[in-house]
Design a protein around this ligand. Structure first.
Ligand code: SF4
Ligand code: SF4
Length: 281
């Protein structure tokens, strides 16, 4: 199947978002007055997967090694600019007010960064006339034809790989150590803007002087969940796991963005605000 596409400048894709950002993009976003959060999840990683396991390798290249209790895990930290309503950079004429500095994910849309997510126009914000057969070819037989978009996706994946070192440093500098279980949700940590900016700058600087292709976290991690079966399983295999709503309150306590209903006690204390847009994470 072929997909043709041309942006109509409708501006729909610039509303109600959680934009994933590379480290340099997060610093630029903060410098323009925006806020950035950390979306953290962890996957149990008892042994290295084979090279042919493309899905596991994809996650591996976006994460760093860590321990939760005695359990080996890999932690993925996604830097996210979240907003309800229009993007702070969206102009009244629906053009981007930061066009030359807009994040890579904005340049790639509506194509998918994740190689395991097929591009489906039905789930995109673009109007039907953006997909007219009269427009330039975007995809053919499941492959991106547009060379510029393909290059941007390759850059995005390379940034994910490169930023793993800085993100491990970042969490150490922030004293942050909590993740949701992968595919169940995210622990969402929102440091104060200036504190995050200083930590990001320090982490970026430190990582530039480290030749470490396989970063690992120097401190133990907590896993939070809002599912009682997950909690029991994690504890039974040696993880440090807590109900999302019952973790000790501190300056580092994250919100929990769960994909499932809460079946743990007192489960309504720290749900994060509901907003769409996690599909790009
Ligand atoms: S940065 Fe620009 S392109 Fe990206 S969401 Fe905001 S207005 Fe849209
Ligand atoms: S929703 Fe699609 S057509 Fe509309 S501005 Fe965004 S990319 Fe362009």
């Amino acid at each position: 199947m072929s997909l043709h596409f041309s942006c109509t400048m409708c501006g729909r894709c610039c509303h109600d978002l959680r934009l994933p950002l590379a480290v340099d993009e997060a610093l630029a976003w903060i410098a323009r007055g925006g806020d950035v959060q950390l979306f953290c999840d962890a996957i149990v990683w008892p042994q290295e997967p084979p090279e042919r396991d493309a899905l596991a390798q994809h996650r591996r290249h976006r994460s760093f090694a860590a321990y939760s209790g005695v359990l080996p895990v890999r932690v993925t930290v996604t830097l996210v600019a979240a907003f309800a309503g229009p993007c702070p950079h969206l102009r009244a004429d629906m053009a981007c007010g930061a066009y030359d500095q807009r994040p890579r994910v904005c340049r790639i849309y509506p194509a998918e960064i994740n190689p395991f997510v097929p591009l489906d126009p039905a789930v995109k914000a673009c109007p039907s006339d953006a997909w007219s057969g009269a427009h330039p070819l975007l995809m053919h037989a499941g492959q991106l034809v547009d060379a510029d978009t393909a290059a941007l996706i390759a850059q995005s994946r390379e940034a994910d790989r490169r930023d793993r070192v800085a993100k491990a440093y970042l969490c150490m500098l922030l004293g942050y150590d909590t993740a949701a279980l992968a595919n169940e949700g995210f622990a969402v940590y929102a440091p104060q803007r200036m504190r995050l900016q200083a930590a990001l700058q320090a982490a970026q600087h430190a990582s530039a002087h480290v030749d470490d292709a396989e970063p690992s976290s120097p401190h133990p991690w907590h896993v939070i969940t809002n599912r009682s079966t997950t909690l029991a399983t994690l504890r039974s295999i040696g993880a440090t796991a807590n109900p999302a709503a019952e973790a000790p309150q501190s300056a580092h306590t994250p919100a929990y963005l769960g994909f499932f209903a809460d079946d743990t006690a007192n489960g309504d204390r720290r749900e994060s605000p509901d907003a769409p847009g996690t599909d790009q994470l």
